[in-house]
Ligand binder design. Structure first.
Ligand SMILES: [Zn+2]
Length: 341
């Protein structure tokens, strides 16, 4: 591809062309077929670090907006998730398969089960009051699950939506906490503990704002959506890694519905509104998760040897984040998607 400006996942480079060979980005400088980028911007395909895959349609919606990798955080059957994998020209699906939820009798056996299915990471649901399960998991079980996952060299993603469950997650040594507390802006002491432990966050801020609106329909509940903005800013200012993820789902029991694909563009824009530069916000959906998560180091950047997961847009999203909506073409592992927005 020629006649493009290239954002390589970290910065705008002075390269003007990219060669795709057998699904990967090549060292070569000339290919057999030339694609004219028409002065647009080429970026690494976007990574959504929190989705729920429920229908075939979710795959189509993802790739339509340049989301070439989606990290499934559970809900559906192993068979269904496996049926979505490795479809040429569609987003690559990574998954935890089953999330840990009460009751877990044997944490090691639970983790071994997910490993046998081929899980890319382990997800633990941490709650203070029973909502998704009959009882919350105990801190001892959460710690045992985390240790078992680490023995298998798997990352642990914890779901937490309150200060107390954040504390439990941090104490257990989980690697990534997804969501942010709804009840108040995050305390400075929690932020300092996360910094100390190197905890990564996937705030799903769009979902958390919708969750607050949902909870406020309950009599005598009056939460402030500004809690979410304040926590986002505090995490960014403290230097905690903030990664883009949507919680995209259409489950009837979820507090809110979020679309796959376009939902990630909204989350990236929310990061810019909270104070990230467009470049930092683009990193949060490309090179940052690739580098920090460890299990997707084959993508997230435009660099020889990596997967040719690419997104071509009109305009320059490194200065105007809205340009991400102007999707022209998308490639997954070198195969161009036939579905465009
Ligand atoms: Zn979720």
């Amino acid at each position: 591809m020629t006649n493009v400006q290239i954002f390589d996942g970290i910065k705008l480079t002075n390269h003007k062309s990219v060669v795709i060979e057998n699904g990967f980005i090549s060292h070569k400088t000339k290919g057999d077929t030339v694609i004219n980028g028409e002065g647009g911007t080429l970026l690494p395909g976007l990574i959504d670090a929190h989705v729920h895959m429920e229908a075939l349609n979710d795959l189509e919606n993802g790739v339509k907006y340049g989301v070439t990798s989606m990290l499934d955080m559970a809900a559906h059957s192993t068979e269904f998730i496996n049926s979505l994998k490795k479809r040429p020209g569609f987003s690559d699906i990574l998954t935890c398969y089953t999330a840990a939820l009460y009751p877990i009798d044997d944490p090691k056996a639970f983790v071994a089960d997910q490993v046998n299915k081929g899980a890319d990471y382990i997800k633990i649901i941490i709650e203070d009051q029973p909502r998704m399960a009959e009882k919350p998991l105990s801190p001892e079980t959460i710690t045992a699950l985390t240790e078992a996952a680490h023995e298998h060299k798997l990352l642990v993603f914890a779901h937490a939506v309150s200060m107390a469950t954040f504390k439990t997650a941090i104490d257990a040594g989980v690697d990534v906490i997804t969501h942010i507390p709804v009840e108040a802006p995050m305390s400075q002491s929690l932020i300092e503990e996360m910094l100390k432990k190197g905890t990564i966050t996937v705030p799903t801020s769009g979902m958390m704002k919708k969750t607050i609106a949902f909870l406020n329909r309950i009599p005598n509940v009056n939460l402030d959506t500004q809690n979410i903005d304040m926590t986002l800013k505090a995490l960014m200012n403290a230097g905690i890694p903030v990664i883009a993820g949507t919680d995209a789902n259409h489950a009837p029991f979820a507090p809110a519905s979020i679309d796959h694909g376009i939902g990630l563009l909204d989350e990236i824009e929310a990061f810019v509104a909270a104070g990230m530069t467009p470049v930092q916000a683009l990193q949060s959906a490309t090179s940052l998760p690739a580098r920090l998560f460890g299990f997707i180091t084959d993508r997230g950047m435009i660099k020889p040897g990596l997967r040719a997961d690419l997104l071509l847009v009109d305009g320059d999203p490194t200065t105007d984040i809205k340009a991400l909506h102007k999707v022209k073409r998308v490639w997954v592992n070198g195969i161009e998607s036939s579905i465009t927005a």
